[in-house]
Design a protein around this ligand. Sequence first.
Ligand code: IMP
Length: 179
Amino acid sequence: MELKPAEVLISKEAIAERVSAIAKEITSRYDGGSVLMVGILRGAVIFLADLVREIGPSVEVSIEFMKASSYGASTQSSGKVAITQQPTMEIEGRNVIIVEDIVDTGLTLKRLREYFADHGAASVAVCVLLDKQDRRVVDVPVEYTGFVIPDEFVVGYGMDYDEKMRNLPAIFTVRPVDE
Ligand code: IMP
């Protein structure tokens, strides 16, 4: 099915305001220390880029990326998440903040939290832009949340449908092109 943006769910201005507020929280939490911010490819790239630029100079920030994907016939119920691109930076002893676009079932973030704990991170926190709370299958702690949204498919601000529409500056719902 071909989809196009339907309505603005979260405006560019609302995103900027929330990103800045989250960055302030991170700045005060890690004041005088350092963090390794790990963006989950590809959806979190734009969120991460905006977020790090709002974190104050009192925090030493490093940036890393990794990739994970669900697999199995039914990705939502299989519960299997593969790490398809590992971070290359040293994780041991670091304060890791996993930066993700959306927490949906929670399976991806659960797996990622375990990954960093297993690799000796000093601390692990999760920062998501969007939380589809109604769809949660597994419990996973999320320390920083941008917006809780209803169970609707969204695109823009880094998030895609079929690798398209990531460039939209706001977050949109979608509808079929012929409607
Ligand atoms: P989960 O929490 O393991 O189910 O996976 C969340 C991932 O599913 C996110 O990182 C997105 O890549 C993807 N995802 C979930 N909902 C949407 C959406 O509405 N638009 C785009 N990607 C989505």
